[in-house]
Design a protein. Structure first.
Length: 317
């Protein structure tokens, strides 16, 4: 009988893990479909915007009545410079949206393949729990039945805790990358201040170097926030308070809507800093709520284990 119980426990562990992972993947796939729709809409929007801005540049460069009039009053180069910056900003927006979409599609396809390869056998799992309950009850009466129920509850709590830890890990990674963005922007703003005070070519080049670094950091942070949002999808049933996953959906849009076209303006760098600080604050609050929920699960797990140990002691004594 003990050998059969061991075999049942092994089978239950494997099937429970597969079922929990499949359920997790279902939630994540649904969330990624939602994010992909949002990014596709952004790609469509930025494609139109970039085409419009580039058309404006082309018209001025090719000449025409409007370009001729601007030349007469001495404003053509100024206007052309402005249109080029706006076209660059639109191109950066498009590149970001396109890159995000490809990232989401690759991740979505990978999760779908994993889900399709998982075994889903809820009827077999339930049959194993029933068989275990009957065997343990025969050995220990009502105490045995309670032990089986405790095992089921412990299994559920353990898998919930695992999902929560994955969400926390994704959130901490996003927080780390946001910190890198903040550092880059702080440095750029400092060099920009020196540049305004007459720091010369070195200050100007240093500022742009830090802004290039910030741009790369922003892209990495955007993807990390997307990963966090995806991980949050499968812990939603835990009713973690105060977390609105949509808040983390389009973080990089803060920076590409009219900011990259005016990087040289200190106020634009300040605006970017404020945007990062806001997202960082929301992320920190979300992680705090996740940690509180994780502690609650730890307490539940400890309580269930204590009761289980007490029952086992009563049976053996």
């Amino acid at each position: 009988m003990n050998q059969r119980l061991y075999e049942i426990d092994q089978a239950i562990e494997a099937l429970t893990a597969a079922q929990a992972r499949r359920k997790q993947l279902d939630a994540q796939i649904e969330e990624l479909h939602r994010q992909r729709g949002e990014r596709q809409a952004k790609v469509d929007e930025t494609t139109q915007s970039f085409r419009k801005e580039q058309d404006d540049v082309d018209k001025l460069e090719k000449g025409g009545v409007h370009a001729f009039l601007l030349t007469l009053i001495g404003h053509k180069e100024e206007r052309l410079d402005k249109e080029r910056r706006e076209a660059l900003a639109a191109k950066l927006q498009y590149d970001q949206a396109r890159s995000d979409l490809e990232y989401l599609e690759n991740k979505l396809n990978g999760l779908i393949r994993e889900r399709d390869g998982l075994r889903d056998a809820p009827e077999q799992l339930e049959a194993l729990w029933t068989e275990k309950a009957e065997l343990v009850k025969a050995m220990g009466g009502q105490t045995g039945a309670r032990l089986v129920e405790l095992d089921r509850q412990l299994s559920d709590v353990t898998h919930q805790q695992k999902e929560l830890e994955e969400a926390l890990s994704a959130g901490e990674n996003a927080k780390r990358l946001l910190g890198q963005v903040q550092d880059d922007l702080d440095s750029a703003r400092g060099w920009g201040t020196w540049d305004m005070l007459g720091g010369g070519l070195i200050a100007t080049m240093a500022k742009y170097d830090r802004l290039d670094s910030a741009q790369s950091s922003i892209r990495a942070a955007q993807r990390a926030l997307s990963d966090f949002r995806t991980e949050l999808a499968d812990v939603s049933q835990l009713q973690v308070p105060s977390i609105q996953i949509g808040e983390f959906a389009t973080f990089a849009d803060y920076f590409f809507d009219g900011i990259f076209s005016d990087w040289y303006v200190q106020s634009s760098i300040k605006k970017a800093q404020e945007g990062v600080s806001e997202v960082h604050m929301k992320l920190t609050a979300a992680l705090r709520d996740l940690e509180a929920t994780s502690q609650d699960l730890n307490d539940q797990q400890a309580s269930l284990k204590r009761e289980r140990e007490e029952l086992l002691d009563s049976v053996s004594s």
